[in-house]
Design a protein around this ligand. Structure first.
Ligand code: SF4
Length: 351
């Protein structure tokens, strides 16, 4: 029986985009043992996945806290304990999906004799037994994970993203929407991330919210985490009472359930936008400094991306915080992309 560990600890969007690996590996090894190593924040997205035998939570936050407090011995003990847990599973293969030192170190800790991951500039390549190159020209969603599966000589099959939500999450989402008086179709807006260069100008969201209601009769519902509350409130104040601000008011799974129930989702490069693609909801994705994919793999999703000579700059913007790549996406363009997804009008090519 093949025993395989997938290592993709975060971020939410990457976990979602890597999720087709589960189906591909499961089809190849129906009797195998398949586990996923993930940070607690993203664990809920995987816990109900029928193709996984186990979700192993990596206590990254605890390790960072021990390090911060210079409790080196306690950290060492915890790392050893975690390594023992991993090694007790006797994995044959670790598939490392980050290309980062931390992922490589975790693959090594797992004790798997075969450790495959991505070639990158990060240190720690020697911790892996095989490194494969990502094809940067491949714009398909989750293409790097597809390449990882293919490197095993497996057929990836349909390679569909899968997020399994529980009834409690759907109930929670329904409750919070009802409490806000949302009883008719709505559009979920996902404007927030932790990186400024991925944001679309705030005033565009305000204009868009009004247009969504006017043109499509959709209530705009803004989603975000607890750290986005101030921005969510600001957006609501600027847009008026027509906008429902749920930032910081739903757990991650509930936010996902709000996305799942939306008639339209518009978002920047953030986990909820990728989840929307996974749920096959009509989705307009706004990319600039990052470009996780150009081909969402479904006619229900459109990617708006205007390449600049500097893009994608990812974590190193050179535009003095002006972010023209995102400002280049006009509100009308978003509406034009949304129309055919909602069954009306035609759209022009967005790339
Ligand atoms: S440096 Fe270029 S790609 Fe990066 S945020 Fe600025 S305009 Fe966008």
């Amino acid at each position: 029986m093949r025993r395989i560990l997938i290592i993709r600890p975060s971020a939410l969007g990457d976990v979602v985009m890597a999720s087709p690996m589960i189906g591909a590996i499961r089809r190849a090894y129906p009797q195998g043992y398949l586990a996923w190593l993930v940070e607690p924040a993203a664990a809920e997205l995987l816990r109900r996945h029928s193709g996984l035998d186990e979700v192993i939570e990596w206590p990254r936050g605890k390790w960072e806290e021990l390090l911060r407090r210079a409790r080196v011995l306690a950290l060492g003990r915890d790392i050893c304990r975690f390594a023992r847990v991993l090694r007790s599973r006797s994995f044959h293969l670790a598939l490392e999906g980050t290309g980062l030192l931390k992922g490589r170190a975790l693959a090594y800790l797992s004790g798997a004799p075969e450790r495959i991951g991505f070639r990158s500039r990060e240190p720690g390549g020697f911790l892996m037994t095989r490194l494969i190159s990502r094809d940067p020209a491949d714009g398909r969603i989750g293409s790097e994970y597809l390449q990882l599966v293919e490197s095993l000589g497996l057929s990836p099959g349909p390679f569909r993203m899968e997020v399994a939500l529980g009834a409690a999450a759907r109930d929670g989402a329904r409750r919070v929407l009802l409490a806000e008086g949302v009883t008719r179709p709505y559009a979920a807006l996902c404007p927030f991330t932790t990186r400024d260069q991925k944001h679309w100008p705030e005033e565009r969201w305000v204009t868009l919210a009004a247009a969504l209601e006017r043109e499509f009769d959709l209530t705009p519902v803004v989603l975000g985490g607890p750290g986005d509350r101030r921005e969510g409130q600001r957006l609501r104040e600027a847009a008026g009472s027509r906008v429902i601000d749920l930032t910081g008011r739903t757990a991650l799974e509930e936010s996902a359930a709000v996305v799942e129930g939306a008639s339209l989702v518009i978002g920047v490069d953030t986990g909820l936008t990728h989840m929307s693609v996974a749920f096959a909801r009509p989705t307009v994705a706004l990319f600039g400094a990052t470009r996780p994919y150009l081909d969402a793999g479904t006619p229900k999703a459109r990617v708006l991306y205007h390449p600049y000579p500097c893009s994608p700059c990812r974590r190193r913007p050179t535009c003095d915080r002006r972010y023209p790549c995102m400002a280049a996406i006009e509100t009308d363009e978003v509406l034009q992309a949304a129309r055919p997804l909602l069954g009306g009008g035609s759209t022009s090519s967005e790339r």
